[in-house]
Design a protein around this ligand. Structure first.
Ligand SMILES: [Fe+2]
Length: 375
């Protein structure tokens, strides 16, 4: 019985370690080929490790019955004890604190409209109905804030991760943006990964030009844009009416409130995070690609942060959630709203991706309405 429990903890610890290092490595600005190699290595190591689990548990059992320090020179025993620690202690503690920064449900109202465009496309496999890639969730959230004057409102459309030329075709994006174009926003934010292939930049203007925003449309780039001629990507975004904020910011006056909109493209385009804490605005908004800058942004005094990059993990298990979240914080910031001090972060699942599968993880666009606290 005890041996079986050790086998389970070692297995969980092994996969936990593989996932943690995979997510951490994939959050770093490696060239695409190296990133893919790291991903393949993790996959192989995770699979091969399955054949070791029984041997690792046997070595732990032998060491416990005869704890001679000489055994500690056995690398398999060391790895087995490490997995036992990860599976039985580290992961349960980490999971306990995973939702620590989630914005409590009583602080915002949220409703969703879901659309299923799957039937408009030719299904290649019978199980394609399980694939959420051609569905869409339009999330409408309302958050009240004391930073806005009485009776004022700020309506923001957050878009992320289009990956034009990746998995989703032009007709799907037409459906999505037809839904989005129905309203007029104060701001539209795009947080990176516009294209997977530069030849699909021809989609940018016809799809994005019609979206309307009173104070402007703003964008930062992501890692996939870095791999696909970023200067040309920015040129097309400007043609579609976007202002590209690459380590730059601009100010907008909204009903007497000075709103500062900052863009930061660390770590893919910027060598380090700038110090912008001294910039004085009534309301500071940060656009960045990855949620990894959550704690830095809160320290800099931002009130709102928007990002994408992690695609909600693309595959989310029931009750347990997503596994593959390319962030240095692992599964902590998968999708949705998070809070740290006075700052609220929204992590978008994005609209598309390069990987042609989403399970329990619909593409998302989010309309965030900020209202003054007394409304
Ligand atoms: Fe992406």
């Amino acid at each position: 019985m005890l041996f079986c429990i050790v086998v389970i903890f070692v297995t969980v610890g092994h996969f936990g370690f593989v996932l943690f290092t995979h997510n951490w490595f994939y959050s770093k600005p490696f060239p695409r080929l190296m990133g893919d190699l790291i991903q393949a290595t993790h996959f192989l190591f995770g699979l091969i490790g399955l054949f070791w689990v029984y041997t690792l548990a046997q070595k732990i059992e032998a060491f416990v019955s005869n704890p001679d320090p000489i055994f500690l020179y056995d690398i398999l025993l060391i790895y087995g004890l490490f997995c036992l620690f990860v599976g039985s202690i580290f992961l349960p503690i980490n999971e306990f604190f995973r939702n620590f920064w989630c914005l409590p449900l009583n602080l915002f109202k949220q409703q969703s409209r879901c659309f299923d465009y799957t039937n408009h496309f030719l299904l290649k496999n019978k199980i394609d109905f399980l694939n959420d890639s051609f569905k869409l969730e339009v999330v409408s959230a309302v958050i009240s804030t004391p930073l806005l004057p009485i009776n004022s409102k700020l309506k923001i459309l957050h878009l992320s991760d289009f990956h034009f030329g990746g998995n989703n075709n032009y007709a799907y994006f037409q459906f999505v943006f037809a839904e989005v174009e129905k309203e007029i926003y104060d701001f539209v934010f795009f947080t990176g990964d516009l294209v997977d292939n530069v030849s699909f930049l021809r989609w940018v203007v016809p799809l994005l030009k019609k979206i309307q925003a009173k104070h402007g449309k703003f964008a930062v780039l992501g890692n996939h844009d870095l791999w696909n001629s970023p200067d040309i990507v920015r040129k097309y975004l400007r043609k579609a009416g976007f202002t590209c904020l690459s380590d730059d910011w601009c100010s907008v006056n909204h009903e007497g409130v000075r709103v500062g909109i900052f863009g930061n493209e660390y770590p893919w385009f910027s060598a380090k995070l700038p110090n912008i804490a001294s910039e004085d605005y009534d309301f500071k908004i940060l656009l960045t690609h990855s949620p990894d800058e959550f704690f830095w942004a809160a320290k800099q005094g931002f009130n709102l942060m928007f990002c994408g990059h992690v695609h909600g993990g693309q595959i989310a298990l029931p009750f347990f959630g997503p596994l593959l979240i390319p962030s240095k914080f692992g599964r902590r910031f998968g999708s949705g709203f998070y809070v740290n001090d006075e700052m609220i972060m929204h992590v978008s699942r994005g609209i598309a991706g390069s990987f042609p599968l989403r399970i329990n993880c619909k593409p998302e666009v989010t309309i965030l309405s900020l209202v003054s606290k007394n409304m």
